[in-house]
Design a binder for this molecule. Structure first.
Ligand code: HEC
Length: 129
């Protein structure tokens, strides 16, 4: 009988401990659902929604059709897509590889998210979508 009592005591002690431990665990909302600003959505990359805004914000200031610095144009689909082959000037320029000028010239590298989007677009064959 003494043996059984000890088994029951031990079992209830374990139960209590496990309830206490799991009871103290709580999910933090911002860890489960990070705010949309910190999420890089690379699932629906399109020319118009993803690439154009990056060019507007970072590249067209020097590479508009009017300015064409370095004879490069980034504000038209036709010209930009012509640069957008894998390992081509656009890829090398924004990834800072291949020995070409680092773009944006004189500025910080694009965010990882923007680089990822452009790389995805290039790999997809630079569609006009
Ligand atoms: C401050 C002006 C400026 C900005 C901003 C800028 N560029 Fe350039 N870019 C240049 C100049 C000038 C050249 C010509 C090469 C040189 O002088 O380094 C050039 C060259 C290039 C080339 C050709 C590189 C080569 O050697 O073949 C590409 C591609 C390019 N830029 C893309 C971009 C993209 C994409 C962005 C935006 C992420 C960007 N540039 C932002 C000034 C700029």
């Amino acid at each position: 009988m003494i043996y059984m009592k000890n088994v029951i005591r031990l079992a209830s002690l374990l139960l209590l401990i496990s309830i206490t431990l799991t009871g103290c665990y709580y999910d933090k909302e911002n860890e489960l659902y990070p705010s949309p600003k910190t999420v890089c959505d690379t699932t629906h990359v399109t020319y118009s929604k993803s690439i154009v805004p990056i060019m507007v914000a970072n590249c067209n200031v020097c590479h508009s059709t009017a300015l064409q610095q370095g004879y490069i144009i980034t504000d038209t689909y036709n010209y930009l897509s012509g640069l957008a082959s894998p390992d081509g000037p656009l890829y090398n320029g924004i990834n800072w590889v291949g020995g070409v000028s680092k773009m944006p010239k004189g500025g910080a590298k694009l965010s990882d998210c923007d680089v990822a989007k452009i790389n995805i677009w290039i790999r997809a064959g630079a569609p006009n979508n």
